[in-house]
Design a protein around this ligand. Structure first.
Ligand code: AMP
Length: 260
């Protein structure tokens, strides 16, 4: 069983006594194979592995979404232990926000488009908590999934801009056999919706234009928010019922001809 630490200062003391490199995997819990893949990479590349479980209130747009977020701490600890994670950082809100949310990180360009347009304030909350977590973790490498590609792009930008001495390692998206990107939110889809959700990755990889993919998602019963080509990827966000799904694929996986 991994050692659970909830006090930032306690972890920093523990970390100062560790010999060798530390790999860090930040998560919001409710873990699946995608998160575990990040841990496996960290295990392979670092002498010690720390994962964090913290459901960050400031990156949710609605309080109800934050409250509905599945919390499965015991099962998460078991999975992390099996993946070779030695330490779990599990702070409460007070420990993470001693400033009472008065200090925030603002990025003014990338954070305003795509996800940022539909989730105002989300990236400010995300960057703020990631800065805190990176400063607490004092890790050599931190692992982030390509599943949240805009997030990964912003985290890399922040690390460079603020001279944070941690290397950001991107990890390719883990998918179900159906092609659906694994996500904690998939657990809220009905069996029928789960089947339909596979259309997102299929259409992203198709030869249709971004506008055509938007149209086809709408025809299939989604409420698409955007389909866009950026950073060498094709990205999309769409609602299926009351669940918001995001995905993206590298352009090398997008078909050149129009046949879906
Ligand atoms: P979350 O718990 O949703 O904040 O995600 C924690 C980390 O896991 C982030 O870096 C995500 O990008 C990453 N992640 C989530 N789903 C996947 C997936 N299907 N494949 C790879 N990484 C993922």
């Amino acid at each position: 069983m991994p050692t659970i630490v909830s006090d930032p200062k306690k972890w920093q003391k523990l970390r100062a006594g560790l010999k060798g490199s530390v790999g860090f995997v930040p998560t919001m819990g409710n873990l699946h194979e995608g998160h575990i893949e990040l841990c496996r990479r960290a295990r392979k590349e670092c002498d010690h592995v720390l994962a964090s479980i913290f459901v960050n209130p400031t990156q949710f747009n609605q309080r109800s979404d934050y409250e509905k977020y599945a919390r499965t701490f015991d099962a998460d600890c078991k999975l992390l232990g099996e993946a070779g994670v030695e330490y779990i950082f599990n702070p409460d809100e007070k420990a993470m926000y001693p400033d009472n949310y008065e200090l925030q990180v603002t990025e003014t360009v990338i954070s305003k488009e795509l996800e940022g347009e539909f989730r105002p304030g989300h990236f400010q909350g995300m960057l703020t908590v990631v800065l805190k977590l990176l400063n607490i973790a004092q890790a050599d490498k931190a692992y982030f999934g390509e599943k949240d590609f805009q997030q990964l792009t912003l985290v890399k930008k922040m690390v460079e801009a603020f001279f944070i001495p941690t290397e950001i390692i991107p990890v390719p998206t883990v998918r179900a056999d159906s092609g659906l990107a694994l996500s904690s939110r998939n657990g809220r889809l009905s069996p029928e919706q789960l089947k339909k959700a596979t259309e997102i990755s299929r259409l992203l990889k198709s030869g249709y234009s971004d506008e055509e993919v938007m149209k086809k998602l709408a025809e299939a019963g989604f409420k698409p928010e955007y389909v866009a080509t950026k950073w060498g990827r094709r990205l999309a966000a769409a609602w299926l019922g009351d669940v918001r799904l995001i995905d993206n694929v590298p352009l090398s996986e997008v078909k050149k001809d129009r046949a879906a």
